[in-house]
Design a binder for this molecule. Structure first.
Ligand code: BGC
Length: 358
């Protein structure tokens, strides 16, 4: 009997203890479960760098396009698809193919080229690699008037070319309004100034509309110290450098290099001389021009006759003699223009501009 009584007391004590323990636990949960401390413990290391897909979605919600740089995103957005952080792209892209055969089918249409690039581009002809962070942000500037077919061929090859190089890039076409004499150099100054209003581009490629690169080992990136000349040879001239100081066709300069030389001169109306003027500016700054190997820096020039409104500039030699005296006051700092429109079409950003006349 004695033993039975003692057992009962012990059982009751045990029950009471368990009851008190459960009550304590309940009080603790209601007090702390909503706090940040507990949420942090529950979520653990879920604040991660977004995958490209997530970033694309977030960016498009913010009004931008596809493929934008990584941002630290809230855990909820990443819960479903956690990804490791994006790395800087390799120095040599694994997507490069070297020389490719170019063809220029007359049947190629704008909608064909738009369709080819639909998945890869944000409005305004911008793109960036989905699986790594580009080493440079590159703006390609193309001066233009009445060369729609050339532009189409160039875009058809240039977009995949730049994507194979794993670049973050944007293509700007700077279209001279009206029919005054063409001024390639001034249009390029406008392109530089307008592109920088949009994004802090690191590197600028000044690109003729009729030159199509043949080899993607010819990298559309800038060298930190040296301006680059990317056209060593083209089909029309037997793939030979035209002359020792030739600096025309396609060139690459960093934002700083171009601003240091005060950009191009605005004074070259019509064909010729403006690229030689830029070379003089570069030399005055004691910068040396860099060229890729000739077997790589090859271009096909799409055939055309000289445009009306772009006649040879007969004043170019006298202008060139004066460059050392004029470069400080004639260039980016004196480039006056009025923008007629800026349109972000699928394959490029079109800047239509009034730049005056000679
Ligand atoms: C002109 C340059 C041109 C070069 C090659 C030179 O005489 O001044 O502007 O790029 O010839 O055609």
């Amino acid at each position: 009997m004695m033993c039975c009584g003692a057992c009962k007391v012990a059982r009751r004590a045990k029950l009471l203890f368990l009851l008190l323990l459960s009550l304590g636990l309940l009080v603790w949960i209601t007090t702390f479960a909503g706090s940040d401390t507990v949420r942090a413990i529950q979520e653990g290391p879920r604040m991660l760098w977004g995958s490209a897909g997530d970033l694309r979605n977030i960016h498009s919600l913010l009004g931008g396009g596809k493929r934008h740089p990584p941002t630290l995103l809230p855990a909820d957005d990443l819960e479903k698809h956690p990804q490791p952080p994006l790395q800087i792209c390799p120095e040599r892209s694994p997507l490069l193919r070297g020389a490719i055969a170019l063809t220029f089918p007359s049947s190629l249409s704008l909608s064909d080229v738009e369709e080819e690039n639909r998945e890869q581009l944000s409005p305004g002809g911008q793109s960036q690699p989905s699986d790594c962070i580009s080493r440079q942000k590159v703006a390609v500037l193309i001066p233009h008037r009445n060369r729609e077919k050339h532009l189409l061929f160039l875009l058809h090859y240039l977009h995949p070319f730049l994507q194979r190089q794993q670049l973050q890039y944007g293509i700007y076409v700077i279209h001279q309004a009206g029919d005054a004499t063409f001024n390639r150099a001034k249009l390029l100054n406008v392109g530089y100034l307008e592109a920088l209003k949009e994004q802090p581009w690191d590197c600028f490629i000044f690109h003729d509309v009729d030159l199509v690169p043949e080899n993607d080992l010819n990298l559309y990136t800038c060298h930190a110290q040296q301006p680059k000349h990317l056209v060593v040879g083209r089909n029309a001239t037997g793939y030979k450098l035209r002359y020792k100081g030739y600096f025309g066709g396609v060139t690459a300069m960093t934002r700083e290099q171009f601003s240091r030389v005060n950009g191009f001169s605005n004074a070259y109306w019509g064909w010729g001389g403006e690229d030689d003027d830029l070379r003089i500016r570069v030399e005055l700054q004691k910068m040396k021009i860099l060229r890729p190997p000739p077997e790589v820096a090859r271009y096909t020039m799409v055939f055309h006759k000289r445009d009306s409104g772009n006649e040879i500039n007969k004043d170019r030699m006298s202008l060139l003699r004066r460059t050392p005296l004029t470069w400080r006051s004639d260039g980016l700092n004196s480039c006056s223009y009025s923008t007629a429109s800026i349109q972000r079409v699928p394959l490029y950003t079109n800047v239509t501009v009034h730049i005056g006349h000679p």
